[in-house]
Ligand binder design. Structure first.
Ligand code: FAD
Length: 420
């Protein structure tokens, strides 16, 4: 069995580890010059020095929003640290340590971008380009495991009247540091993890920041004194004036969209038979296995999860199946199971955007236990999901202090105000 793994982020690394230890041949294709994916920081936005798209949504000063105790792998914990909420560099170091410990670097082809994947009979033709020389290579694999992340194709809505706005308009994907917002009146749109975190970061230099959103829980927590809440935007009514759905208006110098990302697999040819409807990837059995062509697998599609632990579990599941240690149900059964999952989600009130969401404890644990049971492998211990639940609760109830340390606000005179 020859396996191609796309991406050397946390998902690709743990997949490589399990594929290698299952005695399959593998190549890992990574378009960046280092491993780590999300956790590899670059100042670059747009295109890199070779003229290829930059893969990065990471910004300076990011610290994890989940404690390190649930960010390790099943057999490889994050080493002891003073703080549970680590920096980007600490997580990157951890991923490098993981790759070194399990001797994974030798499998990774860096600076190598996958351009096309197409089925040929029951195999896969994978075409890559080596960015520095632009040399294209095509090779054939028995299986492809897609680990390309899902924070790379930003959703940027167009606001009514947006053409009138003369200030900065950008998406969190291109955000690297707050400096360009110094002294400015900033509107952040979207109150997901990035929207919240960037509101706090930008508020340290901006005159004021407004967080526009429709998430009731976000209003109940405390923010720095120069942060305001508004509902959704109705329209732009002038070169700097924004009207909200409650009829109120305010003026801004910058709009920062924190409106999330869509799933995106630009390298899959149409003949792969995969449909991506912004937030819903089909037809995937258990959010992982391409039902019509089961040697194509996806690691990391579900969100609101114990990230690295789930990638590890999914990779172990996929290896069980690829090595022949476990049979998948028939295509018809897989299809019925997947349709039932969608129906259950609709009954539970999940939106179209939440077809791959795991979220709060019981749902998340049920998914892990199901994979564990079907493949006869260890599930994720329930204590991890309990810590995940507690961590999210802690974050939402005190955005400023949830990491347990003091929050520092630096004003234009470099005066540091510490909120206890
Ligand atoms: P990625 O880390 O995105 O890696 C995908 C890799 O695939 C990249 O290296 C990319 O270069 C490569 N790739 C993509 N396309 C191609 C191609 N065509 N050819 C070759 N290579 C390709 N999770 C947490 O658990 N805790 C947090 O605190 C947290 N904070 C986050 C903060 C931000 C700003 C973001 C964006 C995400 C955060 N996450 C967090 C989620 C994070 O994405 C996951 O933790 C995890 O790193 C995702 O790993 P991945 O391997 O699935 O994807």
């Amino acid at each position: 069995m020859r396996v191609a793994i796309i991406g050397a982020g946390a998902a690709g690394l743990t997949t490589a580890k399990h594929v290698a230890s299952s005695n399959m041949d593998l190549d890992v294709f990574e378009m960046n010059e280092e491993l780590g994916g999300t956790w590899s920081y670059t100042d670059d936005v747009g295109e890199d020095r070779y003229g290829y798209p930059v893969y990065s949504a990471m910004y300076k000063g990011l610290r994890t929003n989940l404690p390190k105790e649930i960010m390790g792998f099943s057999d490889f914990d994050i080493p002891a640290q003073e703080n549970s909420y680590l920096t980007q560099a600490e997580i990157l170091d951890f991923l490098k340590l993981y790759a070194d410990t399990f001797d994974l670097i030798k499998y990774i082809k860096f600076n190598t971008m996958v351009m096309d994947i197409s089925p040929v009979d029951d195999k896969w033709k994978v075409t890559t380009v080596f960015k520095p020389t632009k040399k294209e290579t095509t090779d054939v694999y028995d299986s492809v495991i897609i680990c390309n992340g899902h924070y790379n194709d930003p959703i940027i809505p167009t606001l009514q009247g947006q053409d009138h706005f003369t200030g900065i308009i950008d998406h969190s994907r291109n955000y690297r540091e707050p400096e360009k917002f110094r002294g400015k009146r900033v509107l952040v749109i979207g109150a997901g993890p990035s929207g919240i975190d960037l509101t706090l970061q930008v508020s340290t230099v901006a005159e004021h920041v407004t967080l526009s959103h429709h998430v009731p829980e976000r209003i109940k927590t405390e923010y720095p004194p120069n942060v305001y809440m508004k509902p959704d935007v109705q329209q732009i009514v002038g070169f700097d004036k924004v009207e909200f759905v409650d009829g109120s208006c305010c003026c801004y110098d910058a709009i920062l969209f924190c409106t999330g990302y869509r799933y995106s697999f630009p390298f899959l040819s149409d003949s792969c038979g995969l449909t991506v409807d912004d937030y819903h990837v089909r037809p995937l059995y258990k959010h992982m296995i391409h039902i019509d062509r089961p040697t194509m697998c996806f690691i990391g599609v579900p969100y609101d999860v114990c990230t690295f632990l789930m990638f590890d579990l999914q990779a172990r599941y996929v290896c069980k199946y690829l090595t022949g240690d476990m049979d998948l149900p028939s295509k018809e059964e897989m299809r019925l199971h997947t349709e039932k999952d969608v129906e259950d989600r609709i009954v539970k009130g999940y939106t179209k955007r939440q077809m791959h969401r795991m979220g709060a404890g019981p749902n998340q644990q049920a998914y892990y236990d199901d994979l564990g049971q079907e493949a006869n492998i260890a599930t994720i211990p329930s204590v991890m999901v309990k810590i995940w639940d507690a961590g999210v609760h802690r974050l939402l109830s005190d955005l400023i202090r949830f990491r347990g340390d003091k929050y520092r606000i630096v004003d234009e005179n470099n005066f540091v105000q510490v909120i206890n």
